[in-house]
Design a protein around this ligand. Structure first.
Ligand code: C5P
Length: 209
């Protein structure tokens, strides 16, 4: 059983994916971390972000077991990740590792931008989780303030829109819903309500499996 969850940054797909994985006892892979880990390794090594063959080589060294969101969450790493994510050979390397992960038993939840369209198009449950850019920027802002940090809402809002443009506009595997994905707009829906909607779809797919 593979659950594919796609959507733009800060739409709530991480929280939803973790909740689904816990509920069903499935393995979870946040595929954004694979792009982030590649970007961080390049930054740490002082490598440029525009050399595709170096980036591909680095992508092949990423260990899925060692991915840690706390270490990889920095804003600069996210920006760098979305730059190297436009490179087809980087994507091929990471997609290979993601596909290998997706076959783990008893089931997997993968979240990212291209899971339903490219990585696991055969997944029986595909969700496209989205929310308006304003709502996503507000959530990110509240999260930073909630952790005692300081943030500038307008800067975050611009960032969200820029990241969307890059992810939706790239030629290789742009962010878009798969034709058979179920859309969950969390702008006016709580994560709990999104989870309940997802659960109905997953339970139905499990009955058919
Ligand atoms: O989701 P997260 O913000 O961690 O992802 C970082 C970047 O990695 C995204 O902006 C996107 O460019 C890239 N990414 C991708 N395909 C995925 C997951 C993430 O291109 N499946």
């Amino acid at each position: 059983m593979i659950i594919a969850i796609d959507g733009p940054a800060a739409a709530g797909k991480g929280t939803l994916s973790r909740r689904i994985a816990e509920t069903y006892g499935f393995h979870h892979l946040d595929t954004g971390l694979t792009y982030r880990a590649t970007a961080k390794a390049l930054l740490d090594a002082g490598q440029p972000l525009d050399n595709e063959s170096v980036a591909e080589e680095t992508a092949r060294t990423v260990e899925l077991a060692g991915l840690d969101r706390d270490i990889l969450s920095a804003h600069e790493i996210g920006e760098a990740a979305s730059k190297i994510a436009v490179m087809p050979s980087v994507r091929r390397a990471l997609v290979e590792a993601q596909r290998a992960f997706s076959t783990r038993e008893p089931g997997t939840v993968l979240d990212g931008r291209d899971i339903g369209t490219v990585v696991c198009p055969q997944a029986p449950v595909k969700l496209y989780v989205t929310a308006s850019p304003e709502v996503r920027a507000r959530r990110r802002f509240d999260e930073i303030i909630g952790k005692g940090g300081s943030a500038d809402f307008d800067a975050i809002f611009e960032d969200v829109k820029r990241r969307d443009e890059r992810d939706m506009g790239r030629a290789d595997s742009p962010l878009k819903p798969a034709a058979d994905a179920h859309l969950l707009d969390t702008s006016e829906m709580s994560i709990e309500a999104a989870f309940q909607a997802a659960k109905i779809l997953i339970d139905a797919a499990l009955k058919e499996a």
